[in-house]
Design a protein around this ligand. Structure first.
Ligand code: SAH
Ligand code: SF4
Length: 411
């Protein structure tokens, strides 16, 4: 770990403890079972399930219902919400505006979860990547990217991804499941824990933006992502507004309108190609919803206008999609859509079959796009030294197939 700008590092002792475990990932099913049980610092072999319902990730109405189940009136929701999300407490005893017997009653009935931090890696450029482990032993990664005027958290929506984009490391991960609202909100809470982010909303807050650009396809897990984002956007808690949140999709066309209407967040589209045959190869979901249908859904995305543009992400792959005619086709395709174009240099990963376009090719491409009137920032890869850049995320869960994990958990 190097160049860490953060004084408070609550996960560190645990990181040290767990990193050796990660390095020696289980080779047999019984080892795997011990691993699955070893999350959250518990010794292997002890019961791993806390059966108390979790309060994290419940939308306000659901929290009210949960509290009503132990006879608490509605006004308690706001109080508990404040402590959970504005102050970030993980222990009911810290809810000092509540009477002690009430705190005890809450602690008996409910829990306040956090994913366990398996490892935290700090890049030389200030990027931080956390490998998080959830209650069933599955893992996902979350990345914090500090910039001069903002700090962006890149959040995962699934363990792995069912889609198999040929240039993306996450797409090679075999084990996939949706993350729950608590697990999605939990990534933000862990980051705030580590960044000294409470109380939230301070003038010098470090975490200012969220992008759903980590592992997984968020629109294949819409309900859980929507619940999580509603919690994250609530003004009395984490309080990150919809304007500061961007959801990236590979193009799940039927879910895009709902995303705009119900959440109103910014949309980013992983376009990456300008013809269907090439996009079929790079982003196989294109076979289901080809470019024309995808762009039609963009034209009608609720709330899109010149102030709220759709971002088109375009990964630069040498000799595949980076010719000047691709650039010209690209601007032709998106004509009439309030848009930004984000050129992403391809980030290689072990075993990847592509190469990144060279600097001159990217520059030539960017100039064509710019001349057509679109801002086309080239995304600077961040955290490359810790494999935290776009498309490099892949958790250790990859090493177990679904069946292996089931067997391990059942033993
Ligand atoms: N599944 C969603 C969101 C996560 S991926 C989606 O695909 O949009 C976030 C962005 O990183 C996407 O645009 C994705 O195509 C891009 N990406 C994936 N692998 C990459 C790689 N190796 N190098 C650069 N960008 C990559
Ligand atoms: Fe999944 Fe996005 Fe990677 Fe494609 S680019 S495999 S949709 S995470």
């Amino acid at each position: 770990m190097q160049g860490n700008p953060c004084a408070a590092r609550p996960g560190d002792a645990y990181v040290v403890a767990m990193s050796s475990v990660v390095a020696n990932y289980p080779s047999s099913a019984s080892d795997a079972r011990a691993e699955l049980l070893a999350f959250a610092g518990r010794p292997a072999g002890e019961p791993s399930v806390d059966s108390r319902p979790d309060l994290i990730g419940l939308e306000r109405e659901a929290l009210t219902e949960a509290l009503a189940s132990i006879g608490l009136p509605k006004f308690r929701t706001g109080q508990v919400w404040h402590w959970l999300y504005h102050r970030g407490v993980t222990d009911f005893q810290e809810m000092t505006t509540l009477a002690k017997p009430l705190r005890a009653q809450l602690a008996e009935t409910f829990r306040i979860s956090r994913p366990a931090v398996v490892t935290r890696q700090d890049s030389v450029d200030g990027t931080i990547k956390w490998l998080l482990r959830f209650a069933d032993g599955n893992e996902a990664e979350t990345v914090f990217i500090p910039e001069e005027d903002r700090g962006t958290l890149c959040v995962s929506s699934q363990v792995g991804c069912t889609l198999t984009c040929s240039f993306c490391h996450t797409g090679t991960q075999r084990l996939v499941r949706n993350l729950t609202p608590a697990e999605i909100v939990g990534q933000v809470l862990v980051a705030l824990d580590h960044l000294g982010g409470y109380p939230t909303g301070g003038p010098d807050r470090r975490l200012t933006n969220i992008v759903l650009m980590g592992m997984g396809e968020p629109l294949y897990n819409f309900d859980n992502v929507a619940s999580a984002l509603k919690v994250i956007m609530d003004g009395e808690g984490i309080a990150l507004s919809k304007r500061r949140i961007t959801l990236s999709t590979s193009g799940v066309v039927p879910m895009m309108a709902r995303c705009g209407a119900e959440l109103g967040v910014n949309l980013a589209i992983s376009l990456h190609a300008t013809t269907d045959p090439v996009r079929d190869e790079l982003v196989p979901i294109n076979k289901k919803w080809p470019i024309a249908e995808l762009l039609e859904a963009c034209r009608t995305y609720p709330g899109v206008n010149n102030a709220r543009r759709i971002t088109f992400e375009y990964v630069m792959l040498a000799g595949v999609n980076d010719a000047p005619e691709d650039a010209r086709r690209l601007v032709g395709l998106i004509e009439g859509i309030p848009a930004k174009i984000n050129l992403i240099p391809f980030n290689p990963w072990p075993g990847s079959r592509y190469e990144c376009s060279d600097g001159d090719t990217i520059e030539r491409f960017a100039q064509i796009v710019l001349k057509a009137g679109y801002a086309s920032p080239v995304r600077t890869p961040r955290g490359r030294d810790i494999l935290a850049a776009c498309g490099q995320l892949k958790s250790e869960s990859a090493k177990l197939t679904r069946r292996e994990a089931r067997t391990a958990a059942a033993e």
